[in-house]
Design a protein around this ligand. Sequence first.
Ligand code: VAH
Length: 327
Amino acid sequence: TILITGAAGQIGIELIIQLRKRYGNKNVIGIGRTTPPLAVLNQQCPGPFYLGVDVRKMNDLEGILKKHKDIDTIYHLAAILSGEGEKNPLQCWDVNMNGTLTVLEFAKKNGISRVFIPSSIGAFGSDAPRQAPQDCAMHPSTMYGVTKVAGELLGDYYAKKYGMRVRGVRLPGVISSEAMPGGGTTDYAVEIFYEALKNGKYECYIDADTAMPMVYMPDAIKAMIDLCEFEETENKKLTHYCDFNVTAFSFTPRQLAQKIQLFIPDFQITYKPDFRQKIAESWPDNMLDTVARQEWEWKPSFTFEAMVQDMIEKLRDRKKKQEVIIL
Ligand code: VAH
């Protein structure tokens, strides 16, 4: 049985759907806060979902285990992202670090050997090379980034000291069609599609020429599950645990707008950078993910163009069906 924290979030909602398709609805437990995507989930693959569980509280997690004794894998996605985190840094530290520590202790105590903890491009600082390598000095300038580096180190510690299968990938910005991101810096790359279809225009809070690495949600989900389930053999050992760089493409808002205009010719974009511009500038333009490609055959299947086309088709289709557009 798999437990997913943050299961109603941008990544969580699509991860729980994929895992339920693979392993059956009742074998994938979600915990999270109530947000619209639950309607999507209950339509597509209803199953055990607990609201208001606080990942910082061991008792809350023990309560879930009492109901589902055979949990053997945890995907820990509950976190406060970079933008929100700068508005309330202490809460960001508390939720991200105490949440991760409690989840790791809970897993260790209950013999749950597989724990997946995502990291992010947010773990890099402005002193990292623009094409961020797998290994370099990590000096993030956001509290979110601090918690991502600390989360990587904490996960590595539990893997080495207790022999647990704690793993994670540094995700770039994730573009998705099912749910909005929650308070990140790369959220513009999702919002822009909704606005383009709804209003034909978008005021972007990131400068036209600031590039960031990105991945389409289906590939992000594939990376997480592939790494979490990867079985090491004698001659195929992983050299990292919780910090594998993975990415698919990198683009600027200007480049994304140009691609969208191929499908929506009169789409207009304007630029009004806000506090998140500085965060975006401190992150690398792209990440080198050769180690993940070599060690566990990471390979994205969506190109930049294919992602734009799929996003527009999916949102147009939902608009046609007058389904709720989650904004
Ligand atoms: C954020 N989407 O913007 C998240 C992510 C790569 C960035 O961690 O904060």
